[in-house]
Design a protein around this ligand. Structure first.
Ligand code: CA
Length: 580
């Protein structure tokens, strides 16, 4: 009997390891701030031959949308399969575990099913007081620089610049006193002089290592950092594009009849030199920025090509599912806006390409609406894993039926949101319309302002027609009402939930810190509306608190101090002012 049981257990183990061996590798390619400025999406000026050849192997989603048009929340949406409105986290500085402490992230889920999970570059958002998630990765994630200058003249003589400080969690208490770095850099250097070149080289090393480890499938997340600002790409990529070929945005006005707060001015863009609200209106400046965006996209595309080549050379392509995803879109001057942070089309439409050997129809495009949160259940199904069930809310649906048949319909709208001031704009995008409902969370719908755009008759969303089309508004509002009301996680509760059984000392610390931070700002007569200043006050107060003799420093502060990040928590006033 003993021998029989032993034999049985050996057979079960052999069977399960065989299953693991048979599972496909997953290569998840995240590209920071990449809108569909891509050849295969029909942009004649884009030079992206490598993404184009990836699309030729898989299905390209023409109507894909992020769930919130800013880095950290969008990456939360991807890795949790959870919309921001289910998580209650809407800003860069709040870690997703503050909203869902026990969440099982997509890589965590794959790890539980015997995958080795690795992250290189910008996968989860770090910076702005936020940090990575060690529980998600089999080996510590390898971070890279998002903001990086090689020529000292672009960083005030080689100084720490504002955005560089944000992305590295350094001197967050005095961001505004730092110099602005340049919005672009044209240096005649090799690819690996910048982060994306190094990310590709490291990915190649990891793929070679995976080839030597056939008993364990790999989940590799590659976070390329361009075309995020600053547009720092080697000169040869700038030279591939003719700046005079670019068309400036034909309509540079806020949509007619839209609430004034729904648009944007300045923000992230003017944190870079030499940009100002005034010179951003100039034709030469706009042309330079568009040129930079396209050059940076070509640079990243070339790095993606190196990884795809290695995958082919190692003969891993036939058993690797590849997803290419942009974390949100980008306003390139349309509506007079730049960067992201809105509920409009250009900030929310993203590229999603999925190549799944033996499943996805090769080289096809689909008009099926898709969302970022769909990728988690899609990849789980493609890997033959059980449907993920949380404990966080899994808001996405598997796109596998669409991969098999790109004409399949599985949903009639995509959903996204963006906060502005004390309001949250929740939006649905159907084939024809976008409805945005703006109100305070938990307020009655009667208090909402609506925006309605008809993309068949007004593809540039120039006019809000909500007032003229009450029946359409009412019909789409009833669709929106089927989604649960948005969550808002209170700051103190974040700390309690996040810290679990350490809540008791942390509770006292946070309550004290928060009160002190607010009092400190008030005493100085400073407004509590700038996030960076809020962080500064909280940070300084934390330092003071922990220097107090006899005060036990809470565990999370000690841990962060050791890590060189002394942020007690991400202190975000509820003003919803744009975070860069
Ligand atoms: Ca981004």
């Amino acid at each position: 009997m003993k021998h029989f049981l032993w034999l049985l257990s050996v057979l079960v183990l052999a069977a399960s390891s065989l299953r693991a061996q048979d599972r496909p590798n997953v290569l998840l390619i995240l590209v920071d701030d990449l809108k569909p400025v891509i050849g295969c999406y029909g942009d004649p000026l884009a030079i992206t031959p490598n993404i184009d050849r990836l699309a030729a192997r898989g299905v390209r989603f023409e109507r894909a949308y992020c769930n919130q048009a800013v880095c950290a929340p969008s990456r939360n949406n991807l890795l949790l399969g959870t919309r921001s409105t289910s998580l209650g986290i809407y800003s860069l500085g709040q870690n997703f575990r503050l909203g869902a402490p026990d969440a099982v992230t997509m890589p965590q889920y794959f790890m539980r099913h015997n995958y080795r999970t690795e992250a290189i570059g910008k996968v989860l958002h770090t910076g702005h007081g936020n940090h990575d998630d060690l529980a998600s990765w089999s080996t510590p994630p390898l971070h890279e620089k998002v903001v990086e200058y090689l020529l000292p003249e672009n960083s005030a003589g080689g100084k720490l610049t504002r955005e560089e400080a944000f992305f590295t969690n350094r001197t967050l208490d005095r961001i505004q006193s730092l110099p602005r770095g340049s919005a672009w850099e044209v240096a005649d250097v090799e690819d690996n002089a910048y982060a994306d070149g190094r990310i590709a080289e490291e990915a190649i090393r990891r793929l070679r290592a995976a080839k030597r480890r056939p008993e364990q499938p790999l989940f590799l997340a590659l976070g390329f950092v361009k075309p995020h600002l600053p547009f720092t790409a080697p000169k040869k990529y700038w030279d591939m594009h003719d700046p005079n070929a670019f068309q400036l945005a034909s309509d540079q006005h806020h949509p007619e009849g839209a609430p004034s707060y729904a648009g944007k001015r300045g923000g992230e863009m003017v944190n870079y030199a030499p940009l100002t609200l005034d010179n951003l209106k100039g034709e030469e400046m706009q042309r330079q920025l568009i040129h930079g965006y396209y050059a940076a996209a070509t640079f990243t595309d070339t790095q993606i090509g190196k990884v795809l080549d290695e995958l082919d050379r190692l003969e891993l392509s036939k058993n690797t599912v590849i997803v290419l995803w942009g974390d949100h879109g980008w306003h390139l001057g349309d509506h007079g806006y730049w960067t992201k942070h809105t509920n409009y089309e250009q900030a929310n439409r993203i590229p999603i390409i999925i190549a799944a050997p033996g499943v996805a129809a090769a080289g096809r495009a689909t008009l099926q609406l898709a969302e970022t949160v769909d990728i988690y259940p899609t990849l789980a199904e493609l890997a033959g894993l059980p449907t993920p069930d949380g404990p966080q809310s899994i808001d996405g649906m598997s796109l596998v039926p669409v991969l098999r048949d790109p004409s399949r319909k599985i949903r009639d709208h995509a959903y996204h949101c963006y906060p502005r001031g004390d309001r949250l704009g929740r939006a649905i995008r159907t084939e024809q319309y976008r409805l945005v409902e703006w109100k305070k969370i938990s307020d009655p719908v009667e208090s909402a302002d609506y925006e309605l755009y008809d993309y068949i008759n007004d593809p540039g969303e120039k006019r809000n027609v909500a007032a003229e089309r009450p029946k359409v508004v009412s019909q789409l509002a009833s669709v929106l009402a089927r989604h649960p009301e948005a969550k808002r996680v209170r700051r103190r509760r974040w700390a309690f939930e996040h810290l679990g059984n350490r809540a008791e000392p942390a509770q006292r610390a946070c309550a004290g810190l928060e009160a002190c931070a607010v009092a400190q700002r008030s005493a100085k007569g400073l407004p509590l509306t700038r996030r960076a200043n809020g962080i500064g006050a909280a940070n300084q107060t934390a330092r003071g608190f922990c220097r107090r003799p006899g005060t036990a420093m809470p565990y999370f502060l000690r841990r962060r101090r050791r890590a060189g990040n002394f942020m007690p928590w991400a202190w975000t006033p509820d003003t919803g002012s744009e975070v860069p």
